[in-house]
Design a protein around this ligand. Structure first.
Ligand code: MN
Length: 131
């Protein structure tokens, strides 16, 4: 993706089992012109990603049924997801996690709790970043 290209108008999939977190992200992005799709666990996330082909995926790490790392690895094995922006969302902001996320195929890493003011810019930043 070119640096000058605007992210607005893109299809964004949020994969998050915590309803409050999911709704917070949707609320923050409400006026940002994203087409938002929701998934509630790892399997649901994988299925919806394949069915909907989103431009950006916000993917929680700790998820029921299939963890975020496994979802990301599965997606990156598919040709159509080679260049999709996949961003990790997690509360486990420990040393080494960012490297682990990058190795699993994530473009970047956003730690929870979600920063309401910074989230849109964080998404735009990682969505522009090539892996
Ligand atoms: Mn979770």
């Amino acid at each position: 993706m070119k640096e000058t290209e605007k992210i607005s108008g893109k299809k964004l999939l949020i994969v998050e089992d915590n309803e409050d977190s999911r709704e917070l992200v949707i609320k923050i992005l409400k006026n940002r012109d994203y087409q938002i799709i929701e998934a509630v666990d790892g399997e649901d996330g994988l299925e919806k990603a394949i069915a909907e082909q989103p431009d950006i995926i916000l993917l929680d790490i700790a998820l029921p049924k299939m963890g975020g790392y496994e979802v990301a690895k599965n997606l990156r094995l598919r040709e159509e997801f080679k260049h999709t922006s996949i961003i990790a969302l997690t509360a486990h902001a420990m040393k080494g996690d960012e490297e682990k996320a990058l190795q699993a195929g994530f473009n970047g890493y956003i730690s929870k709790p979600i920063n309401v003011r910074e989230l849109p810019e964080q998404i735009e930043y990682y969505a522009k970043k090539t892996i």
